[in-house]
Design a binder for this molecule. Structure first.
Ligand code: PGA
Length: 251
C-alpha cells in the first residue's frame, strides 16, 4: 500500500480528483468503482468543477457503486442511488444507463447479489475503485467478521455503522438495518484501489490498517494483500500514526 499524506479534507479531495482525471485521460472508457458517504463528497465536487471547466468527459465511463441500503428506493433521498445522482451523476455527462448500483429493493435480493457480481465480471471488472473506511474498519458495508472470500451479499449493519449514518436520517430508527454490498473478494478484484481517509474519527482505523494485523475482524486489513492500493489521508486521520513522509507500507 502506498500512503499519500495531505494536509486536510480539501487537499485529499483534490488529490483524489487529480488521480481520477488523469486516469480518465489515459483511458476514456475507464470502469470506476464509486463510494458514497461524507468522505467522497469533496472529491465529487472537484470532478464536477473540472468537468465544467476542462470538459473532462464521462460519456464512455462506466461506474459501479459499492453498496445500497435494503428497502430504500432510488427516489428516497437517503438511498445511495439518490446520493449518486444528486452528488455526482446529474452534474456530469455520464450516461445514466452506464451507472450501476445494487438494487436494494429487488424482489429476489440473492439473485440481485449474483447479478451484480456477474455483471461487473462480464463487463471486464473495475479498473479503479474509490473506497472509504468505517470507524470499525468496514469497506463497503462489509462489517467486522465478514469473510475475506465474500461476494456481493446482504449484510446486517453494525450498531456503530447505524449510529455513524444516523446523521443523514430524521431519527436513528429510520436507518435501515441491512444493506447489499459488494463483497470483500469482489472489491479485491479491482485492478487499482484509492482509499480516502479524513478526520480524527478515522485516526484509530487508519493506524490499525497500517500497523495492525491481517484479520477478518478488521475488513480493511485485506487491502494489504492488494497489489495496487493508494491511501490518501489527511493530518487528522494520521494523528495516531507517527510517520512523517509518504511511504510504501509493508503488505
Ligand atoms: P463516511 O463513511 O465517508 O461517511 O465516513 C465511510 C464508510 O463508512 O465507509
Amino acid at each position: 500500500m502506498k500512503l499519500i499524506q495531505v494536509q486536510d479534507y480539501q487537499e485529499m479531495s483534490q488529490k483524489a480528483a487529480e488521480i481520477v482525471i488523469e486516469k480518465i485521460k489515459e483511458n476514456p472508457q475507464i470502469q470506476l468503482g464509486l463510494a458514497t458517504g461524507g468522505t467522497p463528497e469533496g472529491f465529487y465536487n472537484r470532478l464536477i468543477a473540472d468537468h465544467k471547466e476542462n470538459h473532462t468527459s464521462y460519456k464512455q465511463v462506466k461506474s459501479f457503486n459499492l453498496d445500497e441500503y435494503i428497502g430504500l428506493s432510488s427516489t428516497n433521498p437517503n438511498s445511495y442511488h439518490y446520493y449518486m445522482a444528486d452528488t455526482f451523476f446529474n452534474h456530469i455527462d455520464i450516461n445514466q444507463e452506464d451507472t450501476n448500483l445494487p438494487n436494494g429493493t429487488a424482489e429476489n435480493i440473492q439473485e440481485e447479489c449474483s447479478r451484480y457480481d456477474e455483471m461487473i465480471d462480464k463487463m471486464g471488472g473495475i479498473d479503479l475503485q474509490i473506497l472509504g473506511i468505517g470507524q470499525n474498519g468496514h469497506i463497503g458495508f462489509n462489517e467486522p467478521g465478514t469473510s475475506f472470500a465474500s461476494k456481493t451479499q446482504v449484510v446486517d449493519l453494525a450498531q456503530s455503522t447505524i449510529e455513524a449514518n444516523a446523521r443523514y436520517f430524521d431519527s436513528i430508527d429510520e436507518v435501515p438495518t441491512q444493506a447489499v454490498t459488494m463483497g470483500i473478494a469482489s472489491i479485491m478484484k479491482s485492478k487499482e484501489i484509492v482509499l480516502l481517509v479524513s478526520g480524527v474519527a478515522k485516526a484509530k482505523a487508519l493506524k490499525q490498517l497500517i500497523d495492525g494485523e491481517l484479520t477478518e475482524e478488521f475488513p480493511a486489513s485485506i487491502l494489504k494483500k492488494h497489489h495496487n492500493v493508494t491511501i490518501i489521508a489527511d493530518q487528522e486521520a494520521l494523528s495516531e500514526y507517527a510517520s512523517k513522509s509518504d511511504s510504501t507500507l509493508r503488505g
